[in-house]
Design a protein around this ligand. Structure first.
Ligand code: KIV
Ligand code: ZN
Length: 429
C-alpha cells in the first residue's frame, strides 16, 4: 500500500516537472530542431544507412546541437533497433526518439531499444492516420474508434516514457474540428508534444500558417504540450511552410539533412536553420544550432547515403560558393558580400571558388594566374581569355591548361606554386 502511494506521488512530481519544462520551452522564445534524417530521411529509396553510418550521423547532429533525433522505427526493423542500441549512452545530449504506430507492441519495442538512456533523453513518437482517406481506406475505422486508439496508446506510452509525441498522420487533410479533438484528447492522455505532419506535402505557407492558428484556437490544453511541425516537399514548399509555422509560434521543427525523405523529401534542416539565422527579426526566435556545422553535415549525409547533392542545393551544393560569371567574380574579389547572401564560414564551408571558364572576366583570370605564379599584363590576360573561350565547351579549364596558356604568352615571374587557395581563405574584403 505505502508503495502505491509513493508511486503515485512520484508520478505527480514527474508530471509537475514535465509541465514546468514544457512551459519553459514554450516561453523561452526558442525553436527546437528535431532531426528525422535517420528515420524519414532513410525512408527515401536508395538512402539505406547501416547502424555505423547512423551512429556517425547522430554524433554529427549532436555536435551541431539538434534538440532531438528521430532515431528509427524499432518495431519495423531489427537494423533500426541495432542502430538505436549503438546510440544509447553514446549520443548523450539530444533526446533520442523512436517512431511507433499507435499500438502497444510498438511502444514496447521502443522501450526495449531505448533501454538505458536517461528518462529525459528518450521518447516515443506515435502516429496514426486521421484524415478521411486514412480512416476510410487505410484503417477502416470511425472517428470515435481512431480517437480511442490514439488515447489508449498515448496513455500506455506515457506510463513508460516521459516524452511522448503524437502526430495525426495526414493532418493537413484532416477536418480541423476532428484534428483538434485528436490533439486535445492526446494531450489529456499524456502527450507532451503534438505534431502537425503535412504527410503528402500539399500545403502552401499561408495554409500551413492558418492550420497553426486553428490548432492554437481549437486546442485549449495546448499550453501542456509542444507543437511540432513536419513538412514534406512535394510542392517544393517544405522549408517555406516550416518557416511560416515558426512565425505563427510552432515550438519544434522537424527536418532532415539535405531534405532527404519520402518522395520529394522533407524540409531541409540546413535551409530552415540558415533562414532563421539570417532573419532573426522576422521570426523572433532563437535556436541552439551551430550553423558552422551545417556544410559538413550535408557532405556527411550525402557521402553515407550515397545520394549526391545537386550542385545548386542551398547551403551544401558545390555551386553555392562558386561562380564563373565575370561580373560576379569581379565583385566577389572586391568584397565577397557583393554577390553572397552570407559568407561561407557561416555554414562551415571552406571558401569561395572562382571557377575559370568562358564566362570569367579579366580580374578573375589575373587572380588565378597570380595564384599559379604568373604575373601577366593586361594584353596577356586578354590573350589567355581568348584561349579560354576557344576551349570546346565540354572541356574543363584546369590549372594545367591555364599554365599552358600562360606559358604561351609569358614567362613565370615566380615559379613557386601558390597552392589551390580559394578566395575566401585570403581575400574576404
Ligand atoms: O509524414 C508523416 O506523416 C510522418 C509521420 C510518421 C509522422 O513522417
Ligand atoms: Zn514524414
Amino acid at each position: 500500500m505505502p508503495f502505491g502511494f509513493l508511486r503515485r506521488a512520484k508520478k505527480r512530481v514527474t508530471g509537475v516537472v514535465k509541465q514546468a519544462i514544457i512551459r519553459h520551452h514554450k516561453n523561452s522564445g526558442t525553436v527546437l530542431f528535431s532531426d528525422t534524417t535517420l528515420r524519414d530521411g532513410e525512408q527515401m529509396p536508395g538512402a539505406t544507412l547501416d547502424p555505423d553510418d547512423k551512429l556517425r550521423i547522430a554524433l554529427a547532429l549532436e555536435e551541431a546541437g539538434v534538440h532531438s533525433i528521430d532515431a528509427g522505427f524499432p518495431a519495423s526493423s531489427p537494423a533500426d533497433v541495432e542502430a538505436i542500441r549503438r546510440m544509447v549512452g553514446v549520443v548523450k545530449k539530444p533526446v533520442l526518439t523512436a517512431l511507433c504506430r499507435t499500438v502497444r507492441g510498438d511502444v514496447d519495442a521502443a522501450d526495449e531499444a531505448l533501454h538505458g538512456n536517461p528518462t529525459n533523453k528518450r521518447g516515443v513518437s506515435l502516429f496514426c492516420g486521421t484524415s478521411p482517406l486514412h480512416r476510410q481506406f487505410k484503417l477502416q475505422k470511425s472517428e470515435a474508434e481512431v480517437l480511442r486508439i490514439i488515447t489508449d496508446s498515448v496513455a500506455y506510452a506515457s506510463e513508460k516514457f516521459e516524452i511522448v509525441a503524437f502526430s495525426p498522420e495526414d493532418a493537413s487533410r484532416t477536418e480541423i474540428p476532428y484534428l483538434c479533438q485528436c490533439y486535445r484528447e492526446a494531450i489529456d492522455a499524456g502527450a507532451t508534444t503534438i505534431g502537425f505532419p503535412d504527410t503528402v506535402g500539399i500545403l502552401t505557407p499561408e495554409k500551413a500558417a492558418a492550420f497553426i492558428r486553428a490548432i492554437q484556437d481549437g486546442v485549449p490544453n495546448l499550453d501542456k504540450a509542444l507543437l511540432a511541425v513536419h513538412f514534406h516537399n512535394d510542392l517544393g514548399l517544405a522549408v517555406a511552410n516550416t518557416l511560416a509555422c515558426v512565425a505563427e509560434g510552432a515550438n519544434v521543427v522537424q527536418c532532415t539533412i539535405n531534405g532527404i525523405g519520402e518522395r520529394a523529401g522533407n524540409a531541409s534542416l540546413e535551409e530552415v536553420a540558415i533562414a532563421l539565422a539570417l532573419h532573426p527579426e522576422q521570426y523572433g526566435v532563437e535556436f541552439k544550432l551551430d550553423t558552422t556545422k551545417l556544410y559538413g553535415l550535408c557532405q556527411l549525409v550525402s557521402e553515407l547515403t550515397g545520394l549526391p547533392l545537386a550542385r545548386n542545393k542551398p547551403v551544401g551544393g558545390e555551386n553555392i560558393f562558386a561562380t564563373e560569371a565575370g561580373i560576379h567574380q569581379d565583385g566577389l574579389l572586391k568584397n565577397p558580400d557583393t554577390y553572397l547572401p552570407y559568407r561561407p564560414e557561416k555554414v562551415g564551408a571552406s571558401g569561395l571558388t572562382l571557377v575559370i571558364g568562358r564566362h570569367s572576366g579579366r580580374r578573375a583570370v589575373a587572380h588565378r594566374m597570380h595564384e599559379l605564379g604568373y604575373e601577366l599584363s593586361e594584353d596577356q590576360i586578354l590573350a589567355v581569355l581568348q584561349s579560354i573561350k576557344d576551349v570546346p565547351k565540354e572541356e574543363r579549364i584546369t590549372d594545367e591548361l591555364l599554365k599552358q596558356f600562360a606559358r604561351r604568352v609569358a614567362t613565370p615571374a615566380r615559379l613557386t606554386h601558390a597552392g589551390n587557395k580559394s578566395v575566401g581563405q585570403f581575400d574576404q574584403g
